[in-house]
Write a protein that binds this ligand. Sequence first.
Ligand SMILES: Cc1ncc(C[n+]2csc(CCOP(=O)(O)OP(=O)(O)O)c2C)c(N)n1
Ligand SMILES: [Mg+2]
Length: 291
Amino acid sequence: MNQEVNTVEELEAIANRLRIKIVQMIAYSGVGHIGGSMSIIEMLTVLYFHKMRFDKNDPDYPDRDRLVLSKGHAAPALYAVFSELGYISEDLLYTLHKIDSPLQMHPEYGVCPGIEMSTGALGQGLSASVGMAIGARIKKKSFRIYAILGDGELAEGQIWEAAMAASKYNLDNLVALIDYNKLALTDKTDVVMPLEPLIGKWQSFGWEVFEVNGHSIEELIDVFDKAGSVKGKPVAIICHTEKGHKVPYYAGKPSCHSVSFTEEQLVETLESLNCEKDKIETTLKYVREKN
Ligand SMILES: Cc1ncc(C[n+]2csc(CCOP(=O)(O)OP(=O)(O)O)c2C)c(N)n1
Ligand SMILES: [Mg+2]
């Protein structure tokens, strides 16, 4: 079953709530990977609340669709989804990065429901996803695997080994989403490791390729449907995004990779996301108590 959130307005409201949670989590922690978290929010929203089949009362349901966050540093986005789904409590979000918290800087398999693979060392998620897709076929299961890759991450050679294998095995139950936010850690992706022609690269590796605005809920809904009808080959979706999307001061700048907020920045960011006044006050209270 999917979560049956079917209107663009409802999905946009969820995406906004996820952004607020990410800002709160990073404010409590003091620092965090906001840039790469904000660029994948619409992808996660459409996948978890509209497209993927899973049972939120049974996160280990064997026939569930799987999401592998290969760019594991965007873990706050995943934790925000898990809180929205009710897998974890809102209070747990305040523990981001703390010793003994299950919510560490990168997702760890087994410590928190919903995490399909420990990631953080870039380049590994697509290989594991290929394995899951082959496993589904061997077990005659119809579940699908969605892997989210960073554009900077594509500089890892292991990605291209996995891309060849996915095509060799005709894995049409595998979808790779490329978060093409044009920034890696320190600089533009183009400067760190040029990727263009990106569509041609994936096509030449035997993949069906689509290109969308990765912040458009409508385009994402549509492209996941199209991906579902591709037969005999894996699908790559190149999602054009903005790193740090909707974060004042930081959006689109290399400095948004990992940030701390001043109180003023925190309030302005939450206000720009239309966060309720009392929630902003509570967030500030927690942040002050912590310091
Ligand atoms: C194997 C490996 N090398 C280096 C790093 C350090 N690192 C963390 S994030 C990052 C940049 C990744 O850029 P991108 O994939 O574009 O992610 P995003 O733009 O979403 O932050 C790097 C180099 C890492 N996590 N793993
Ligand atoms: Mg990037």
